[in-house]
Design a protein around this ligand. Structure first.
Ligand SMILES: [Zn+2]
Length: 329
């Protein structure tokens, strides 16, 4: 390797890839930039991990990394070494840190966490308002990066490093990332958009809790504090009409935030459609049908608000379904 060549220039980018790697900015290091126009939905890169460690990222030590490397191919070892040397700021570069900076969680089983080494995917910067996404549930073995909107030639391609960020404030995201992101949802702090973004994401977290009973585990992330409401959610007693409005409001907030991509629609919309169909009372069912026939999330929400809080014969069926999904006895 010629000494003047940057280690990232030795990474094997597929010939037909629509991106190149180059310096992104003084504080961001390198990033990936579109070399041509990329349409929404296009696969930008599919990458298999060069090696994986079957542990949660917080538990991975340097000796885990070194022993995984010992059984890897010479090419993998060279790539890891090049990235490790480049990141080294200490006299003795730390293999666990080099691995952490170039790895992502893989697999869908939360009981057997694993992290894979992805030299190319790791070159894409993070953005809380991204133009691309890596939906891990979709391609667990070889994660792919998809354009979530049309990307212009020359534009930087970035994705959100953690799906939970959609319901976390800028301060919480930066604490988790270990650096301050420069996207519009983060910077400048206190701007009108940034404050609205924090509010939207907190609301999204509260709504997620109402629908799924999950508010990110840790109490400091809880938005809904009222014991009565938390009890109602835990016992799956929230009326169907409220759940439907929560789902549609989540979609509206995500759209206003600029993060309602096709994957999020695919995740949320089937739930809304199913809930609308579960309403049994003729008047409720009629409003729900009319709401779901509207074109945009905002229009659907505006109609569905008329349902909010109404009791329905479908509530029991919904409670049964939720208890089954959430494993509540
Ligand atoms: Zn950001």
């Amino acid at each position: 390797m010629p000494s003047q060549q940057h280690p990232y220039q030795t990474l094997p980018i597929p010939n037909d890839a629509p991106f190149t790697l180059k310096p992104s900015g003084p504080s961001k290091g390198w990033g990936a930039f579109a070399t041509r126009r990329i349409s929404r939905g296009t696969v930008i890169l599919r990458e298999r991990p060069l090696f994986a460690i079957p542990k949660h990222h917080t538990a991975i030590t340097s000796s885990d990394v070194l022993s995984a490397l010992r059984t890897s191919s010479p090419t993998t070892q060279r790539q890891f070494q090049a990235l490790r040397d480049h990141h080294a700021t200490l006299p003795f570069p730390n293999p666990a840190k080099a691995f952490a900076e170039n790895s992502f969680a893989i697999g869908t089983d939360t009981h057997s966490p694993a992290h894979g080494f992805f030299p190319l995917l790791s070159r894409f910067n993070h953005a809380c308002l991204p133009n691309a996404a890596v939906p891990l549930l979709k391609d667990a073995d070889a994660p792919a990066l998809y354009a979530t909107r049309d990307i212009a030639a020359g534009e930087e391609i970035a994705f959100s490093y953690d799906p939970r960020f959609e319901s976390r404030t800028a301060r919480e995201r930066h604490a988790s990332l270990g650096f301050a992101c420069g996207c519009r949802a983060c910077h400048p702090p206190g701007s009108r958009f940034q404050r609205a973004s924090d509010l939207r994401r907190r609301l999204i977290r509260g709504l997620q809790f109402m629908v799924s009973g999950d508010d990110d585990g840790e109490e400091r992330f809880h938005v809904i504090a009222e014991p009565e409401v938390r009890k109602q959610v835990a016992e799956c007693r929230t009326p169907l009409s409220v759940l439907l409005v929560c789902n549609l409001l989540t979609q509206c907030l995500m759209e206003a935030e600029g993060i309602l991509d096709d994957f999020e629609i695919g995740r949320l919309q089937p739930g809304a459609t199913a809930m609308a169909k579960m309403l049994r009372r003729p008047e409720n069912a009629r409003i729900a049908r009319f709401a779901m026939a509207q074109r945009t999330p905002n229009e659907r929400l505006r109609v569905a608000f008329a349902l909010y809080g109404r009791a329905d014969e479908g509530d029991e069926e919904m409670a049964y379904t939720l208890r089954h999904i959430q494993g509540v006895s």
